[in-house]
Design a protein around this ligand. Structure first.
Ligand code: NAD
Length: 486
């Protein structure tokens, strides 16, 4: 049963603070970006990309088919010898120039990211776009120092890399993929996600402005079939994929037996663990950031909240109070905390899992708030009385929904946290340094945050264990998948 509690009245209201969009000039129609030029798709198929907060179409976008994948891979192959021969210092300058151009167009990119994806402008402006630029800056620095990043071993670029990204951090995921690939001397074909292609297409404009040699980066919007064609193309040397575990498994099967590189950054069901000696108010802020950042559309979201029994009631009460103050609505309002759900399909997936949570006997609390009439929305939701076998404790919801489990001892916390098919990230909240370190060591998770959550930095490797995939992106470790050691 949905126990919806009325929203706690605020003592005062914020005035609307919408970001202006009148300076944004989107084209009516975007083509494919192949060999340094815009090219219509062979199939002639275009799909509208919509604003999930209003359902209004933003632009028509070309959908790449098999012939376009062939053309893009051929362009990347043809560009490879010259790009590889370029002195590393010069390659680094191109990557640096891309970073600078992202900074110059940061405001426009942030607004388009929020329009196309539904995320709050505060996040696209302060997190997505600055981090995308930071990734290009960071890997620009590595281009002529690769031997240091690879412990002195001689290496050569993989060659032509196919890169497929999801819709939750569109430009940032493109930066995570392209920056190390280019710095290491590869050429690339990037496929953005179907619901959020626009910032990748603006990135193509930036590649042109940076005068990156034609064919070094090719950008092919399309759906899963475009991705599947790229994965199966015989002239690809490496695939880098970020997305769901189901598709990751399909890609692993399709690449088995071929001499190509593969990295998979997949889903997660990350545990955020609060011990009774933690600073509770600080932990509550971390829990909110862990699960409601980007509407919970975050692969490493702290979606399984593990509370030590002695403080569980206090944390749940404080969390619920804090959730009542989250501002849900217009992604372009600078005061918004939780924006629109990315697509109708994603909203359905969230609703189905939340229904399963109720059916299986967990107690649901959903923040009561007035939602816009159009668009896709899901209010922040908290589940208590969750059993470890419930679907809401096992499956990735990828929405603003947190499931609370409890534990008594440190050993039980570790056991419950590790009892997952995934192993992407975790959070540990405690005042005791020795406990923080011991728990972090015992957790099977690629990233463990201590007394914080969802912090990202280009110098720090990111990636998973188990069904969260393999390979690391970021840091010196992020160079390794883009070279062949000789
Ligand atoms: P998805 O797997 O449906 O799609 C991801 C991308 O793959 C899209 O571009 C899509 O068009 C493409 N694709 C779909 N089918 C394909 C196929 N058969 N072959 C090749 N490409 C195909 O995932 P999604 O719903 O867009 O993204 C959400 C998922 O991504 C979540 O599970 C999330 O955890 C994961 N994710 C992981 C990370 C990470 O770093 N581990 C980061 C962000 C998102």
């Amino acid at each position: 049963m949905a126990a919806t509690t009325p929203r706690t009245a605020l003592a005062w209201e914020y005035s609307p603070a919408p970001e202006a969009t009148d300076h944004i000039r989107l084209r009516d129609r975007y083509e494919l970006y192949v060999d340094g030029a815009w090219r219509p798709p062979e199939s002639g198929v275009y799909e509208a990309t919509i604003n999930p907060a209003t359902e209004a179409p933003l632009a028509e976008v070309a959908q790449a088919g098999n012939a376009d994948v062939d053309a893009a891979v051929a362009a990347a192959r043809a560009a490879l010898p010259r790009w590889q021969k370029l002195p590393a210092l010069e390659r680094g300058k191109y990557v640096f120039r891309i970073a600078r151009l992202i900074q110059e167009r940061a405001r426009e990119l942030a607004i388009v990211e929020s329009l196309d994806g539904g995320k709050p402008i505060r996040e696209s402006r302060d997190v997505d776009i600055p981090l995308a630029a930071a990734h290009f800056f960071y890997y620009a620095g590595w281009a002529d120092k690769l031997a240091y990043g690879l412990a002195g071993r001689a290496a050569e670029p993989m060659g032509v890399v196919g890169q497929i990204v999801p819709w939750n951090f569109p430009l940032l995921m493109a930066a995570w993929k392209l920056a190390p690939a280019l710095a290491c001397g590869n050429t690339a074909v990037l496929k953005p996600a179907e619901t959020t292609p626009l910032t990748a297409l603006l990135l193509a404009e930036i590649m042109q402005e940076a005068e990156l040699p034609a064919g070094v980066v090719n950008i092919l919007p399309g759906d899963g079939s475009t991705g599947a064609a790229l994965v199966r193309h015989p002239d690809i040397d490496k695939i880098a994929f970020t997305g769901s575990t189901g598709v990751g498994k399909d890609i692993q099967a399709a690449t088995a037996g071929r001499d190509i590189g593969l990295t998979l950054e997949l889903g997660g069901k990350s545990a955020n663990i609060v011990f009774d000696d933690a600073a509770i108010d600080q932990a509550v802020e971390g829990i909110v950031n862990g699960i409601f950042f980007n509407q919970g559309h975050v692969c490493c979201a702290g979606s399984r909240l593990l509370l030590q029994e002695s403080v569980a009631e206090e944390v749940i009460e404080k969390l619920w109070q804090r959730m009542g103050r989250l501002r849900v609505g217009d992604p372009l309002d600078k005061n918004t905390d939780v924006g629109a759900i990315n697509s109708a399909a994603q909203l359905q997936r969230i609703e189905a899992l939340v229904d399963a949570g109720e059916r299986e006997g967990a107690t649901r609390r959903t923040v009561a708030c007035t939602l816009p009439e159009r668009g896709y929305w899901f209010p922040p939701t908290l589940f208590t009385d969750v059993a470890p076998a419930h679907r809401i404790a096992v499956d990735e919801i990828f929405g603003p929904v947190v499931s609370v489990l409890t534990f008594r001892t440190q050993a039980e916390a570790v056991e419950k946290a590790n009892a997952s098919a995934y192993g992407l990230a975790a959070g540990v909240w405690t005042d005791k340094g020795s406990r923080a370190l011991a728990v972090a060591r015992a957790l099977k998770a690629g990233v463990v945050w201590q007394n914080t959550y969802n912090q990202f930095d280009p110098t720090s490797p990111f990636g998973g264990y188990k069904e969260s995939g393999f390979g690391r992106e970021g840091g010196a470790a992020g160079l390794r998948p883009y070279v062949r050691i000789r």
